[in-house]
Design a protein around this ligand. Structure first.
Ligand code: BGP
Length: 496
């Protein structure tokens, strides 16, 4: 039976849930990191804010309100990264009843409104008890992860048939173990290689448990398990041979390295060269590689925010040509530039939908003509003006419109696009912008103890898109303003 295209939103436990010390939960590496690195830049500055996630958007207490709001939006899917530490707060064996019950209650509530939960099992948030024992550097974590996913399939398998193992292994591994910008804040290439392999093995063990859960009837037979990755398709800065080669080299690392292990069961040459060149004493056993091959994942979640502009050159910073200095990568002659003629958000993220269709076709070509692909993150981080009655985030609507249009075009042109999930449902904690970088369709008042919710213009616009299944993306501002005014009219206590 042809499945309908899913219009969804995505969000993530450590950024939205709060209740970090409640309900039997203990700390994860993101609790420890945000406490230790607390930093609030001056007001209005588009800079990194590392703030408390103790309450965040308080989704833990407000999820029934949020499910009502998502029902009003007409949502079909809700991509939600669950919190491993809430379910396993002590070690790899003790299951916290309050922890798993929260997700059962949440999935029950979503199902009540006909909204499909789309869980992501791991989104960067290693439990602190696991980190103290080596975290993903320690191969024993594969067994700890197996216990976690087995528990999730047992109690939550009946609520949905679309699952993901992880979100952006690239961000977790590179920012956590090479640049140190994310927890656990290490700069250790050997650790990076071990972590990436153990992440891939954990994904394979998840697929093995997924198959067992299907055999036991805990999951429907047609359930699928995917990997979610943030490949930003490269654009050569010039059409020179060197820049075009630099783009292919970039793809070998930022696409193949993060998708091939769990979709093909192999590592790209560039990774093996990296290990050799850096004299890293890590090898992958034949058994491990065979295990990856025997437990490949079913489909791709794609976090598309932007393309990336790549050059083989090493330009001096010239403010007449670039909005920021060139950034070098660890790969020879693969550098990133931000050309001044392109459009950017206030956080200097390119606004450019021109590589989405080509990128989707490249993923189909590389990983299988009919492999299902779902956009799992796509959104516009901005400083929203929340001071007025109506929050008119027109720039966000334009961004979302341009990217939904290209997602649907990719589908029309033969890519097996099964859905579009927007980042994000409501304003939450942003790893690069704290609570000052807004992405939500729904605003959250972080100064209100009850984290009051309020719809933005983009909420009214996305509601129409879901209703007309993306057949009519164009809008007039007056029409959106009148729709939003109508929504606000009955925005009573049950929605706040
Ligand atoms: C993705 C993460 C999300 C979200 C998003 C926006 O990489 O998976 O968790 O944060 O990026 O990033 P930011 O909030 O830093 O702008």
């Amino acid at each position: 039976m042809k499945k309908e295209f899913i219009f969804s939103v995505s969000t993530n436990a450590f950024q939205i849930e709060g209740a970090r010390s409640l309900g039997g939960r203990t700390d994860s590496i993101w609790d420890e990191f945000t406490k230790r690195n607390f930093y609030i830049p001056a007001l209005g500055k588009a800079e990194r804010e590392i703030n408390s996630i103790e309450i965040a958007a308080d989704f833990y207490h407000k999820y029934k309100t949020d499910c009502r709001i998502m029902d009003k939006l007409g949502l079909k899917g809700f991509v939600y990264n669950m919190d491993w530490t809430r379910i396993f707060p002590k070690d790899e064996n003790y299951i916290n009843p309050e922890g798993i019950k929260f997700y059962i209650d949440l999935f029950e509530e979503l199902n009540k409104y006909g909204i499909k939960p789309i869980p992501i099992l791991f989104h960067w948030d290693t439990p602190l008890w696991a980190e103290i024992r080596g975290g993903f550097e320690n191969p024993e974590i594969i067994q700890w992860f197996k216990n976690y996913v087995e528990c999730c399939f047992k109690y939550l398998g009946k609520y949905t048939d679309i699952w993901f193992v992880n979100d952006e292994n690239s961000s977790f591994a590179q920012s956590g173990y090479i640049t140190g910008d994310f927890p656990p804040g290490k700069k250790d290439k050997t650790a990076f290689v071990k972590v990436l392999h153990n992440l891939n093995m954990s994904a394979a063990v998840t697929m093995e448990e997924f198959k067992k859960a299907k055999d036991k009837g805990l999951l429907s037979k047609e359930s699928i398990l995917g990997i979610d990755h943030d490949w930003s398709p490269p654009v050569p800065y010039t059409d020179s041979k060197e820049d075009i080669e630099a783009c292919e080299k970039y793809n070998e690392w930022w696409k193949d390295l993060y998708l091939d292990p769990n979709l093909k069961g192999e590592y790209p040459k560039v990774f093996l060269e990296f290990i050799k060149d850096n004299k890293i004493d890590v090898t992958f056993s034949k058994e491990d590689l065979q295990y990856l091959k025997n437990n490949k994942l079913d489909f791709i979640g794609w976090n598309y925010y932007r393309p990336i502009y790549v050059t083989a050159n090493d330009f001096e910073y010239d403010e007449t040509k670039f909005i920021s200095p060139l950034s070098k990568t660890h790969l020879k002659n693969v550098n990133f530039v931000q050309p001044i003629e392109k459009k950017y958000t206030k956080w200097k993220w390119p606004v450019d939908n021109t590589k989405l269709v080509e990128g989707a076709k490249r993923l189909s070509k590389d990983y299988g003509k009919n492999i299902p692909i779902m956009i799992i993150e796509n959104g516009f981080g901005d400083f929203d003006d929340k001071s007025k009655d109506l929050i008119l985030d027109w720039d966000r609507i334009e961004y979302l419109k341009d990217h939904i249009q290209e997602t649907l075009r990719a589908k029309e042109e033969g890519v097996n696009m099964i859905g579009y999930s927007l980042w994000t449902y409501c304003d939450i904690f942003s790893p690069s912008g704290g609570y000052r970088k807004d992405y939500g369709l729904v605003s959250v008042d972080f100064n209100s103890p009850i984290r009051e919710r309020k719809p933005k213009a983009s909420f009214a616009w996305y509601k129409k898109i879901i209703e007309n299944e993306g057949k009519e993306l164009e809008y007039s501002q007056s029409e959106i303003i009148s729709d939003l005014t109508g929504i606000l009219k009955d925005w009573d206590i049950f929605y706040k």
